[in-house]
Design a protein around this ligand. Structure first.
Ligand SMILES: *[C@@H]1O[C@H](CO)[C@@H](O)[C@H](O)[C@H]1NC(C)=O
Length: 400
């Protein structure tokens, strides 16, 4: 029974994983508009859980992380970014495609409890769309990217900006984490946020409120760092955390065509059509013999001369072999002579042994008084070999 159950179990896992691999989500999005897709942990959780467990009424809420890449590539396409704050949060794919085309995105979900993985494939087709000529970028200080990407929050932000722009026709173009634009990681304290840049675009020209940010006075106030007051009637922020920084508004007017770069000016070396190319005369041949002389022959001669000179010093000017032998003989003779002398000296010294020994070598010599004891039979057992020299009154010493 158990074997059968596990077989059934593996079959269902196989089927689920087969289904998971087959699941392909097709998306069609326009060029130049913000794309966001929330990777819901719930849907991936279903892939992890065998159906049998689901029927048993057990539901898990596993921590999960996602790995995203373009199929057959190590990373996502340049325009697409992924973010997930925490394994217990949903992940987001977002970005703004700038050219048409098709991207196949693989998303692997890793269950951090069981370390199972599952895969989902997204086929994102980017289609042409008219570019919005008027664009503006706002900075929202009290937000983090994951909190802004859910469509509900995007809607709230858009509503405020629609009022500010005084038009309904507003499109989200880009949402960027301030950290990706040189922002600093905030302190891990309440009230400190990374900040988010939101770019929107419209067919309609900027409103008066937006134009006020272009005034010279506005720029001066902002660079002075003073707390800049939002001009009256322009504060449309309904939710405090969605309020934009009035000093960080940037307007882009793409309707003004940039002057086309001037056509390249033709240089002088361009041939007329139908004329054959006449190559220039080859340069006159050059005589390399003097160069050869200077670079090869002269150093060679110098080297040979030096060689000969060295050979002469080494062999010609050296003392001859016979001379050298004579010299060694001489040294040997000298050695012989000194050995003789030394032996004679030693013999003489040995001959003088009969003479009286120096006083200090006598056993009974008193170094202080200079007295000397009569010669003693040193091998007599009655006399100690060492006398108490520090005692001048000792009986053993004879007195005069
Ligand atoms: C969106 O923001 C990112 C990050 O700052 C940038 O690399 C990208 O070019 C932007 N895209 C558009 C269409 O502005």
């Amino acid at each position: 029974m158990a074997g059968c159950g596990s077989w059934l179990f593996s079959l269902t896992v196989f089927a689920v994983s087969l289904l998971g691999a087959k699941a392909e989500i097709k998306l069609t999005i326009p060029v130049g508009r913000l794309f966001t897709y929330e990777l819901l942990r719930e849907t991936f959780q279903n892939d992890f859980e065998p159906l049998s467990k689901l029927y048993a009424g057990r539901l898990y809420d596993d921590p999960m992380i996602f790995k995203c890449n373009q199929q057959n590539f190590p990373d996502l396409p340049e325009w697409l970014r992924f973010t997930q704050r925490h394994p217990y949060d949903n992940g987001f794919l977002y970005g703004t495609p700038m050219s048409q085309g098709k991207s196949i995105i693989e998303v692997y979900a890793v269950n951090k409890r069981s370390y199972e993985t599952t895969r989902q494939i997204f086929v994102i087709k980017v289609v042409a769309e008219k570019m919005l000529p008027f664009q503006a970028e706002f900075f929202i200080k009290l937000r983090e990217i994951e909190k802004v990407l859910p469509s509900a929050v995007q809607g709230e932000i858009k509503q405020d900006l629609q009022k500010l722009w005084d038009t309904e026709a507003l499109e989200m173009i880009n949402i960027t984490n301030a950290l990706d634009r040189g922002g600093r990681v905030p302190l891990p304290l309440a009230g400190h946020f990374e900040g988010v840049y939101v770019k929107v675009g419209s067919e309609q020209y900027f409103s008066d409120c937006l134009m006020k940010t272009l005034a010279a006075e506005h720029g001066k106030q902002c660079t002075a760092g003073a707390k800049v007051k939002v001009p009256g009637g322009c504060n449309f922020c309904s939710i405090p955390s969605n309020c934009i920084s009035w000093c960080k508004i940037e307007l882009f007017d793409l309707s003004k065509q940039e002057p086309a770069p001037p056509a390249p000016t033709m240089g002088s070396g361009i041939m007329d059509i139908g004329v054959d190319f006449d190559p220039p005369e080859s340069p006159p041949s050059r005589d390399y013999f003097p160069d050869y002389m200077v670079t090869v022959i002269v150093p060679l001669i110098l080297a040979i001369v030096l060689c000969l000179l060295l050979a002469y010093i080494m062999f010609g000017r050296r003392e001859g072999v016979a001379k050298r032998d004579a010299r060694t003989n001489h040294i040997q003779l000298y050695h012989h002579h000194t050995i003789h002398g030394n032996t004679d000296e030693l013999r003489n010294m040995a001959g003088n042994r009969g003479a009286s020994l120096p006083l200090s070598t006598l056993p009974m010599f008193n170094s202080r008084t200079g007295e000397s004891a009569p010669p003693l039979q040193s091998d007599s057992p009655s006399i100690p070999l060492i006398m108490a020299q520090h005692d001048p009154y000792s009986d053993t010493l004879p007195r005069k």
